[in-house]
Design a protein. Sequence first.
Length: 264
Amino acid sequence: MSPSAKKAVYFFFWYFSTLTPFAYGADLLPATAPRPVEEQPDHLTFSFSPYFWAAGISGDTAVFGLPEVHIEESFGDILKDIDFGMMAAGEARYGRFSVLTDISYARITSDSATPRSVFADSVALKQETFTAMLGIGYTVLGDDQSRLDVVGGAKLWSTETTITFRGGPLGGVSARDDATWVDGLAGFRGVYSLTPRFYLTGWGLVGAGGADLDWDVMGGVGYEIKDSVSAVLGYRAVGVDYSNGSLTNDIVEHGPILGLVFHF
């Protein structure tokens, strides 16, 4: 199989077989339109949410005191540069309570990063990122038209970045650094029925810990195909701002999402 074909297979598996991406918290998507709190099942239910996130990335990164480099990649650039990625998530719900989990891994190699200095002509960037989130939700408001959950949890980050400068005084200089940290996150997720089939859905999470700032927001429209399956179209943005003195990782990913939510 050619390298380009392999990348296409890896990309398809990354986005569709389990979750999305460098995305975090896919199962924040409500599985169906809301039902009254008093009518929620008195047994465990589960949901699984594979979806496609056409995300671009922008931001700055640096290692070991070398000049910062700027990343500005569209969705098409990410598709070209991805080496491998896979993600998985799940949700268990009992009455008002829910438990969310989300695991992701992505490795990207890019020649499109640009130096924020006059000491190099271009930059090669390789970045590997692993995240794992565990959260707990509780329904604070609910009726036959809407539901609002409070969500809190922790997210583990592990990232390794390699930067190689080309041309100019720093030509040939290469450095690699890695970091692992945990952030606490809190926020809300909700759903509001427009009709018996169509509904609005979204979430907003923000936190910090090892990072100075960690956030995730999404808004979309869902359609209940049947009781156990919904389709959702929306827009999502995720950002993190981390620095430990030797590694800087200040990036934002954003773009449209389209997914299915299976409830059982």
